[in-house]
Design a protein around this ligand. Structure first.
Ligand SMILES: [Ca+2]
Ligand SMILES: [Ca+2]
Length: 480
């Protein structure tokens, strides 16, 4: 009798709690999250080693976890920020033939929902979407899941920036951004020079991304800069940038990241301003990241070398310069100067530049810094007058496990020594000095598994996992 009364009491309390219309902590008011697959379509045939996928997710409180399970394998987490609703882009690795991928969402209470994709992989297994020997997908890189806005050449700046009603110009859209926001720029041509003055925070970065890698094509129309970042904690992702007269993408403040961009045809002048494809030469642009960029044809090559015009330019402390491909710059493919110190330069490919491949240096004593405590590792440097050099005012730097080949002078160090370098043909699939080749490594390449893991990036140029096999491979592409 006492037990029955207790059960009735519990029932009454539960009923009361359920009756309340205001949000309640009771578990009975918690609803399961939902998931809808936006792309690819179920049953689609794709080529390559996987596909980019996009899902729409929501929950009454917040989705806290997203996973993928491919072909009955382990359930793998896809990194997301908790969100009540949003669209998430991620990578699904696939094998030849039939594949089944189960995508599952969870809320904080452990309720879940799933959606299943059946995908067929046929045709060529090389490249990925977009083709070309450089690879043009984001691999495992996923956009953050913050408030998201859209730009499209067919949009209007009178719109609200939603997916259905996108804005028309980047210059307008970037003025709307607040910390944590994501701006997705849809494929097409944008004829403008963009200045970004907004800043994110360390936990709420601002992301400005071409929706498809190199799909948003920005022509700077002969202005100094293509994308000119004055704020901090801003990510510039996946743009094609050309026709600027100083720099393609430039940072003037700390903690910015330039990822997966393609910058070429920058008509910098050989004067005291110089220029670069991807430029963090400002002493204030410390703690930056330049990763996975393709940078070439920087400066008027017919005028010969110029030591003020570079592919990638680091001028501030503690930057990361990783996984980039740079060729045909009038100066160095990758250089440092001004206040650069303690910079990491690793897993890059630099070839056919008019002055040198990679240089570590400073010369004007900016901020009292000199070029020391650099780590230069796992790079491939081919076919430049100077391979890897120290220039100007340098201290002790570490040059570890780099491959230098067929440079007029492979090494020109002043105050440091190098360890573990290779001077061998790297064994590219097809080396061409004009950029038309395929710079992935043949399976017989001596550069496979020859890198060090210290400060190695987690991903490669195509955002595939970097740590494969017994060690990282040299250069931007991880083969196995
Ligand atoms: Ca829920
Ligand atoms: Ca490896």
């Amino acid at each position: 009798m006492r037990q029955l009364f207790f059960l009735l009491l519990v029932g009454l309390i539960t009923a009361c709690a359920t009756d309340q219309s205001a949000p309640s902590p009771s578990s009975s008011s918690n609803q399961a999250p939902s998931i809808r697959i936006l792309s690819p379509s179920n049953g689609a045939t794709v080529s390559g080693a996987g596909t980019r996928a996009e899902v729409s997710i929501s929950d009454d409180k917040a989705v806290t976890r997203l996973t993928r399970q491919v072909n009955g394998g382990p359930e793998q987490d896809i990194a997301i920020q908790p969100t009540q609703s949003g669209n998430i882009i991620f990578w699904i690795p696939l094998v030849s033939g039939s594949n089944t991928a189960v995508i599952r969402v969870y809320d904080a209470e452990g309720l879940s929902a799933s959606a299943t994709l059946n995908l067929q992989v046929g045709g060529s297994s090389s490249g990925g979407s977009g083709g070309g020997s450089f690879g043009t997908d984001y691999g495992g890189y996923t956009l953050p899941s913050g408030p998201t806005y859209y730009v499209s050449p067919s949009g209007s700046n009178a719109n609200d920036g939603s997916r259905e009603r996108p804005w028309a110009t980047l210059s307008f859209a970037v003025q709307k951004l607040k910390p944590g926001d994501v701006l997705r720029v849809l494929p097409g041509s944008y004829n403008e020079s963009v200045q970004v003055t907004a800043s994110g925070t360390s936990s709420q970065r601002i992301t400005i991304a071409s929706d498809i890698r190199w799909g948003a094509k920005l022509n700077a129309q002969g202005n100094l800069f293509g994308i000119d970042v004055r704020g901090s904690y801003v990510d510039i992702v996946g743009f094609e940038v050309t026709n600027a007269t100083n720099s393609g993408i430039i940072s003037w403040a700390p903690y910015n990241r330039f990822l997966f961009n393609h910058v070429y045809g920058i008509r910098a002048q050989c004067d005291s301003n110089g220029g670069a494809g991807v430029n963090m030469s400002s002493p204030d642009s410390s703690d930056g990241v330049m990763l996975g960029n393709l940078v070439h044809d920087i400066g008027d090559l017919s005028a010969g070398f110029c030591t003020r015009i570079h592919g990638i330019y680091q001028g501030a402390p503690r930057g990361l310069v990783q996984n980039n491909i740079t060729y045909r710059a009038r100066g160095f493919g990758i250089t440092s100067w001004h206040a650069a110190t303690a910079v990491t330069i690793s897993n890059n490919l630099s070839f056919a530049n008019l002055y040198g491949g990679i240089s570590v240096g400073s010369g004007d004593n900016t901020r009292g810094n000199r070029a020391e405590n650099f780590l230069v590792a796992n790079n491939i440097v081919v076919g430049n007058p100077r391979g890897i050099s120290e220039e100007g005012n340098t201290g002790v730097n570490r040059f570890v496990n780099n491959l230098v080949w067929n440079n007029t002078t492979n090494w020109r160090l002043q105050t440091s020594t190098q360890q573990g370098s290779l001077s061998l043909d790297p064994g590219f699939v097809n080396f061409q000095p004009d950029g038309s080749g395929n710079y992935t490594l043949q399976s017989s390449s001596p550069a496979i598994d020859k890198g060090i893991t210290e400060r190695a990036p987690a991903i490669d140029f195509q955002a595939k996992p970097r740590l494969q096999g017994s060690a990282p491979d040299l250069g931007p592409f991880e083969v196995r």
